[in-house]
Design a protein around this ligand. Sequence first.
Ligand code: GLN
Length: 198
Amino acid sequence: MPKIGILAIQGDVEEHASSLEELGAEIEQVRLPNQLDEVDGLIIPGGESTTIIQLIDLYGLRRPLISRIQAGMPTWGTCAGMIVLAGSLIDKRPEPLHLMDIEVSRNAFGAQIDSFETFISVKHLGEPKLRAVFIRAPVVTKVGGNVEIMAKLDNGIPVCVKEQNMLATAFHPELTKDTRLHQYFVDLVNINLDSKLL
Ligand code: GLN
């Protein structure tokens, strides 16, 4: 079983931990830079991106995170985690890690519908549709040519995107009982480990 890290500085860490535990994955809550060397994959949870990024900088995690992720560690950002991974933000703050070739706008669903639920088809997950919970979610406003759009809303807004070893969702799969996206991520981590052993 791979060891999956959850960046545990703020946000819905416990919820991701329960989903992963259900799948039998080994989990490590990551707070210190050297813990990044002990995990085979990393989840950056939802929460408040300004706080998460401030603490990333305070704990000296920015450079180690960038280098581990650029070296191929499978990494999945949910909601605020998507903002952390973004290549650029429409907003002035915070300063993302500039890793994924996506442009993101924070809280862009607007005040009235800034929290909602819907069912979406997600590539590679099959049927049935996934229940997706959006809480003051970011909107992906541009995607680069190498980014795979795995799910969109009916209005065309991408809400699940993948680029090489990086996955980002605007919604919160850890808040539902459906563990298919967590399983998909664990599979990515396993495939990455197997390819290293070859
Ligand atoms: N609105 C939050 C932010 O900008 C993200 C919300 C979430 O992660 N649920 O950081």
